[in-house]
Write a new protein. Structure first.
Lengths: 364, 257
């Protein structure tokens, strides 16, 4: 049975959703602003007979995830921006070894130690692979509340379906804010798809070895990369997620994800009173980016306004999607500043007028 | 016609070793260490319940030689990976097999913390005082005066720091129940090493805590010595910095004399 409607902060929501989605192995290292998640799971894993280890570092934690994953468990780690940088080595190995795992990034301001306020400046790192080598990780971008719970389930399912790490990209704001949520029922671990590749001792079968190093002289690494690419192509074809609001008769559509999308949505409501018909296009999968959907939309809408809590990262995917079909405007704010809906409305207003007072027009 | 002769097999390849020729150099300690690990697993009936984690280094391809489940770990992370595996399968046997660069340089944090948590894992630590696979660079365990491609003229404590004795460091941790240092350069010491490895495996089977066997292992290629001279060098030079023997034993096992 689904849970009652509960009021929880976003970090606790992800923790509870992970347990209900069958995650029994959590490994992580403290970093603000996501500490509520490991704190929650340190107690919750005891209830369900799972494992919680506070690792000695982010590096150790992601490699514990690697071990739990290769042993067949649903495993997860969480961190915030600087910590996610440290996990990239492990994520690259897991991509190469085709191991499922869920990685939560509650983004904070960067570069370097930055600050602990919400930011969305890890889009490049999340969607372009992050670590070394030719690989991709699906990236899910919830807009908080209920979606944090729902997409946590999706993340574990995608990871197992494609044998690939999956990232849930939130930010410090949605990790802290309390919102109502209804949790889906507990997954029965017995109902999860059987994994016929795991390491659990070779009794009754030939030994297995799982590795990413392919030194062979017969093009083994080349073939492996082609195989990975075929998988990424399948994910791109089958797993695109996005949401649109009020786009049917819009004169301008705002493209934004996560917290930025929620601010932008409030801004479009504010503009309605002025007679400005502004719609919203919210990518939910950041990789793969819902490029075909945004492309179709840009054939019908004259102006696309991209708003980000970074100095311009997702805008590159928007440009790839829209091309010259519509005018593209961009407004980005560095991490650590949460703008009001009125400020974002100012950007949209400026884009409608094309006066360049807030944000700028992108010359494609 | 005479009666057919009945043969009894008294020596052969352990089942825990595949019939793949290794890539190790002549005189290298790895093949001896592999064999000892394999013999101990066979004798304890563990092969089908074992998950092994090799290092990044010369033994990175150990999964081609060991005949049980194995997973690659990033350089230095074997004990973190092994921790994840052991927590999913507490009833299975988990071992790491790591070199000095892997265990005592890049993986120092993972090593110390897995040991200190008392993870029920057995670690085989191959100390050859050099980076073998990358071609003879200075290792954390390179002894003073020893030449390395990144310590030209020999390791100088002022320039390069001193060799690290991580086995002794680990021994102070309460999570660690057994640490012994052995050598792979004589029949007598190889037999001792096997006994230590088996004891370490028993620690895990009895759920006692973390254990480690350090094996001083010749690397003739990068030491620029003949195999025979390399064996001598283990005794004459290396064992002066890393004395052989039991470093810690709180197992309570009564060793057979």
């Amino acid at each position: 049975m689904p849970s009652e409607r509960m009021l929880m902060n976003g970090s606790h929501t992800v923790g509870e959703a992970a347990v209900r989605a069958g995650c029994r192995y959590y490994f992580g290292y403290p970093i603000t602003p996501q500490n509520e998640l490991p704190e929650y799971l340190s107690a919750r894993m005891l209830d369900v007979g799972g494992t919680f280890i506070q690792g000695e570092s982010e590096v150790a934690s992601i490699n514990m995830v690697l071990g739990a994953s290769v042993a067949g468990g649903r495993a997860m780690t969480s961190s915030s921006s600087p910590g996610i940088s440290l996990k990239q080595e492990g994520i690259s190995y897991m991509a190469g070894m085709e191991l499922p795992a869920v990685i939560i990034n509650m983004m904070r301001g960067g570069p370097g130690l930055g600050n602990i306020a919400p930011s969305a400046a890890d889009y490049f790192q999340a969607t372009r692979g992050g670590g070394h080598g030719d690989y991709r990780t699906p990236v899910l971008a919830p807009a908080g509340g209920q979606e944090l719970a729902d997409l946590t389930f999706v993340a574990f399912d995608l990871a197992d379906k494609y044998r690939n790490p999956v990232m849930l990209l939130g930010d410090g704001l949605m990790g802290q804010v309390m919102e109502p949520v209804v949790f889906p029922d507990f997954v029965d671990l017995k109902d999860l798809p059987k994994k016929d590749w795991i390491l659990d001792g070779c009794k009754g079968r030939p030994p297995r070895a799982i590795y990413s190093m392919l030194l062979g002289q017969q093009g083994e690494l080349y073939k492996h990369n082609l195989h990975l690419q075929e998988k990424y192509d399948r994910i791109t074809a089958e797993e695109l997620r996005w949401e649109t609001k009020q786009t049917d008769d819009a004169e301008i559509v705002v493209v934004a994800y996560g917290t930025a999308a929620r601010i932008a949505e409030s801004a479009t409501e504010e503009l309605k009173a002025e007679g400005i018909r502004a719609g919203l296009f919210r990518p939910i999968t950041l990789w793969p980016f819902p490029l075909p959907a945004l492309r179709e939309l840009s054939k019908k809408v004259p102006k696309i306004a991209v708003f980000e809590l970074s100095m311009g990262q997702m805008v590159e995917d928007a440009i790839l999607s829209v091309g010259e079909r519509a005018e593209i405007y961009f407004h980005g704010l560095p991490g650590g500043i949460i703008p009001t809906p009125s400020q974002v409305a100012g950007f949209i207003r400026s884009a409608v007028k094309g006066d360049g007072t807030v944000g700028r027009r992108i010359d494609v | 016609m005479s009666e057919p002769i009945e043969y009894t097999k008294i020596f052969g390849r352990p089942e825990s070793l595949k019939e793949t020729p290794t890539h190790y150099c002549p005189g290298c300690g790895h093949s001896v260490a592999h064999r000892l690990v394999a013999e101990c697993l066979d004798e304890l009936g563990l092969r089908e319940y074992t998950i092994g984690v090799p290092p990044v280094g010369c033994a990175v391809l150990a999964y081609n030689y060991f005949n049980f489940d194995m997973v690659e770990a990033p350089h230095g992370r074997a004990l973190a990976v092994a921790t994840g595996i052991k927590r999913v399968h507490p009833d299975k046997f988990v071992l790491t097999y790591q070199g000095d660069g892997d265990l005592a340089a890049i993986g120092t944090a993972e090593t110390i913390h897995a040991a200190n948590r008392g993870e029920r894992i057995s670690t085989i630590f191959i100390n050859n005082a050099i980076y073998g696979m990358t071609g003879g660079q200075m290792a954390p365990t390179t002894v003073l005066g020893q030449n390395a491609t990144t310590a030209p003229g020999g390791r100088d404590p002022r320039l390069h720091g001193r060799p690290i004795d991580i086995s002794r460091m680990l021994a102070v941790s309460d999570g660690v129940v057994f640490v012994e240092r052995c050598a792979l350069n004589s029949v007598k010491d190889i037999r001792k090493a096997k006994k230590a490895i088996k004891k370490s495996f028993q620690c895990q089977l009895d759920d006692l805590g973390f254990s480690l066997v350090e094996l001083l292992s010749p690397c003739p290629t990068n030491w620029k010595l003949t195999p025979k001279a390399a064996w001598d060098w283990v005794n004459d030079v290396m064992a002066k910095t890393y004395p052989l023997g039991v470093i810690k034993d709180i197992t309570g096992y009564e060793d057979k004399k």
